[in-house]
Design a protein around this ligand. Sequence first.
Ligand code: HEC
Length: 172
Amino acid sequence: MNRLHTTAALAALTLAIVAAPLVASGTGRTARVPATARAPAMVPAEIIRTRQAGFKEMGTAFKNAMDALRASEPQIIMIQQSARTIKNDSVALRGWFPAGSGPAPGLKTAAKPEIWTKPVEFRAAQDQLGRAADAFQAATAGGNVDAIRAAARGLGGACKNCHDQFRVPEQR
Ligand code: HEC
């Protein structure tokens, strides 16, 4: 999936989530929903595909940053770009797990049911990513390579913390 497509799909998912309560809170009369909010509801398979595309984008950005950091003189501008993508995805991620997008027959997802049965813990894992993504972005803005490397370790820890609890391990 190319970047543009991913971004558009993520925007559609966000829109679907934002629009849903608007429609649901209609009073029986024809709800007056702005045309822009009338996004078609996404079926679970689409939500999952969009979510996985978002994670792929974040995974690629993270890998690019780690690869860049291995150089003796890292290209800070490249790492800053990755940091921005990771930051944006860490915010969008909060909308990637609507109820009904968990594991079910016929759906291919590595999301564990605990995401929906342990919302407090899941939110804590999202918060940890949010803080780590902010710290990483701040470090890249500062430009000190040692500080960026340290913040990258914190970021990797936030990915792992959530995956360990809420993602089915990859089959190898
Ligand atoms: C709050 C929880 C959480 C955090 C934080 C998190 N992930 Fe994930 N990640 C998941 C879940 C759940 C899945 C499985 C999604 C699915 O299959 O529906 C996943 C899947 C992935 C995938 C596989 C996507 C695919 O299907 O091809 C990659 C790559 C990935 N994450 C990278 C990262 C990286 C890199 C970070 C940190 C920068 C991160 N994740 C942080 C929960 C998280």
